[in-house]
Design a protein around this ligand. Structure first.
Ligand SMILES: Nc1ncnc2c1ncn2[C@@H]1O[C@H](COP(=O)(O)OP(=O)(O)OP(=O)(O)O)[C@@H](O)[C@H]1O
Ligand SMILES: [Mg+2]
Length: 466
C-alpha cells in the first residue's frame, strides 16, 4: 500500500463546481500530483478505494450526499487516507465536525494556489511520516473519545504545525509525553530530532550541563567539553519534562534561550544558536508555583502560549473501555493470546476504579490481566487482586523499576500480624518475578531461588493465578 518516493502521488478532488474541477488539477500538477476528479459524493465513492489515493480534497456543500457524510464514509472505507475538506461557509462548526470525523484539515474557500499546494504537501508528508512510523512498530496514537480527548486532539492538530511553545499539564500517567510526541510527529520538524529531558532527574549543575552543555573544567567532574541537549535538538522539538522542578537560576537561562534562540554552555562565553521548538510538561501547578515565587512569571508566560491540560482518567471514564480495549489488543497480540474482551464484571470494575496512576496504571493492569487470563475473556479475578499493591507501589514509586528503596514496615506500638506482612512481601516479590519473566514459572522460580514445585504452590496460595 505504501508508495515509493519518485512515484506520482494521487489525489482525488471532489467538488460540484466544474470550474474548480478544471483549475485545481492544473495547480496540483505543478507539484507532480496526479489528480482524479468527482462532481459529487456518489461519484467520489465509486472512484475511491483503500490505498488508491494519497489524499482526498472534498467540498462540504454538494448536492446528493452531504460533505460530512462523504467524509465519514471515506474514513470508514479507509481511515488512513487523509481527507481535507473545503468550506465556503467557513463556519467553525463544520470544520470542527469534519476534524472530529477524522478529517486531516480544512481549507477555507476562496483559497489561492499556494494555500492549496501547501495543504496538499502537508497532508501527504503527514501520511508518509505515519507510514514510516508504522514500519517502526506503529504510529503514536492517543486513544480516547471523550469530549476532553477530542478537544486535546483538535488542539494538537492545530498547534502542531506552528512553533508556539506548549505546556502540557496533567497528573502522572495521563499521557503528557505521548502528547509531546504527537506534537512533534505532526509538525514540520518531524524529520528532525525529538529530544526529551526530565528536569526532575538532575541536580541544578548537572541539569544545566545537560541542557546547555559545558566547557571542560567549568565544574568538578567536567573533564571534557560536552554538547548540550539544546544543541542536539536543533531543527527538532525539545521536550522539557517536569519543568516545574527547575531552579530559579536555570529558569533564567531557559528564558534567555527561548527569547534569543541562543544559549551559552556552562563555563563558556560564546553563545550558540539553536532552532528548536519547545514543548514542556508538568504535573505541578505552575501558576501556583509562580504565585509562591518558585517559578518565574516571565518564563511562565513565555512557555504557556498554548496550554494543553490532560484531565485525570477518573474525570473521563468514557475513555476507559476504549483504552482498555486498545491495551487488550496490544498485549493479546504480544503474548499470543486470543482474548475476546472483558466480561461485564471486569469492565464494571475497570469503570469504577479511581485510577490514581491514570492511563499508565490501566495499561499495567490490562497487561497483567492478559498474561494471567487462560480463558477467552478477561474476568474480574484477573484484575482485582493487583489493585491494592498497585495503588501502594504507585504512591511510593511512580516510575516502575526505578530501583526505589523498599521500606521494611515499621513495627507499630500496637503490634501487627507478622504472618500477614511476610505474606504480603512474599506475594509482591513473586508477582514481580512473574512479571519480569513474562509469567514463566520456571524462570521465575530460578529468579527467586526456589523450586518449580514451590513456586507453583506459592502462586496458588497467594492467589496470583486463576
Ligand atoms: N490516550 C492514550 N492512548 C494510548 N496510550 C496512552 C494514552 N495516555 C497514556 N498512554 C500510555 O500510558 C503511559 C503513560 O503515558 P506518558 O508517559 O505519556 O504519561 P506522563 O503524563 O508523561 O506521565 P509522568 O507524569 O508519570 O511522566 C504510556 O505508555 C503511554 O503510551
Ligand atoms: Mg512523562
Amino acid at each position: 500500500m505504501s508508495r515509493h518516493s519518485g512515484q506520482a502521488t494521487k489525489i482525488l478532488f471532489v467538488d460540484d463546481d466544474p470550474g474548480l474541477r478544471t483549475v485545481v488539477p492544473i495547480a496540483l500538477a505543478k507539484d507532480g500530483h496526479e489528480v482524479d476528479t468527482a462532481g459529487n459524493g456518489m461519484e467520489a465513492l465509486s472512484k475511491f478505494d483503500a490505498g488508491k489515493y494519497d489524499l482526498v480534497i472534498q467540498d462540504v456543500r454538494m448536492p446528493g450526499i452531504d460533505g460530512l457524510e462523504l467524509l465519514a464514509r471515506l474514513k470508514e472505507a479507509d481511515p488512513e487516507t487523509p481527507v481535507v475538506i473545503m468550506t465556503a461557509f467557513s463556519t467553525w462548526d463544520v470544520a470542527v465536525a469534519a476534524m472530529r470525523l477524522g478529517g486531516f484539515d480544512y481549507l477555507k474557500k476562496p483559497f489561492d494556489n499556494d494555500d492549496l499546494r501547501n495543504m496538499a504537501r502537508r497532508a501527504i508528508e503527514f501520511r508518509t511520516a505515519a507510514e514510516d512510523k508504522e514500519g517502526d512498530g506503529g504510529a503514536v496514537r492517543f486513544i480516547g473519545s471523550s469530549p476532553a480527548v477530542k478537544e486535546i486532539l483538535d488542539l494538537v492538530r492545530r498547534v502542531a504545525p506552528t512553533d508556539s511553545t506548549v505546556v502540557i499539564e496533567g497528573e502522572s500517567g495521563t499521557g503528557k509525553e505521548l502528547v509531546a510526541g504527537l506534537l512533534h510527529a505532526q509538525s514540520p520538524r518531524r524529520s528532525g530530532p525529538f529530544i526529551a529531558v526530565n528536569c526532575g532527574g538532575f541536580s541544578e549543575t548537572l541539569l544545566e550541563s545537560e541542557l546547555f552543555g559545558h566547557i571542560r573544567g567549568s565544574f568538578t567532574g567536567a573533564v571534557a567539553d560536552k554538547r548540550g541537549l539544546m544543541e542536539l535538538a536543533n531543527g527538532g522539538t525539545f521536550f522539557l519534562d517536569e519543568v516545574g522542578e527547575t531552579s530559579l537560576s536555570t529558569q533564567v537561562r531557559l528564558l534567555r534561550a527561548l527569547e534569543t534562540r541562543t544559549f551559552v554552555p556552562v563555563g563558556g562565553e560564546k553563545p550558540l544558536k539553536t532552532d528548536a521548538r519547545f514543548v514542556t510538561a508538568t504535573n505541578r501547578d505552575l501558576r501556583e508555583m509562580m504565585e509562591a515565587g518558585s517559578f518565574r512569571h516571565d518564563l511562565y508566560y513565555r512557555l504557556n502560549v498554548i496550554p494543553i491540560r490532560i484531565p485525570p482518567l477518573r474525570e473521563r471514564r468514557d475513555d476507559i473501555p476504549l483504552l482498555a480495549g486498545h491495551f487488550l489488543a496490544t498485549y493479546s497480540q504480544r503474548f499470543h493470546k486470543d482474548l475476546k474482551g472483558f466480561d461485564s464484571r471486569a469492565m464494571e470494575a475497570l469503570m469504577r476504579h479511581s485510577w490514581p496512576g491514570n492511563v499508565r496504571e490501566l495499561q499495567n493492569v490490562v497487561q497483567r490481566a492478559v498474561s494471567l487470563a487462560e480463558v477467552d475473556s478477561v474476568g474480574v479475578e484477573h484484575i482485582a487482586p493487583f489493585w491494592k499493591m498497585e495503588a501502594e507501589s504507585l504512591a511510593s514509586a511512580p516510575e516502575a523499576g526505578s530501583g526505589a528503596v523498599r521500606a521494611i514496615p515499621e513495627l507499630p506500638d500496637a503490634g501487627f500480624d507478622l504472618e500477614k506482612t511476610l505474606q504480603d512481601i512474599e506475594s509482591e516479590l513473586v508477582r514481580e518475578a512473574l512479571e519480569k519473566t513474562g509469567f514463566n514459572l520456571t524462570k521465575a522460580a530460578e529468579l527467586l531461588g526456589i523450586s518449580f514445585r514451590s513456586i507453583r504452590y506459592k502462586v496458588k496460595k497467594l492467589g496470583l493465578e486463576y
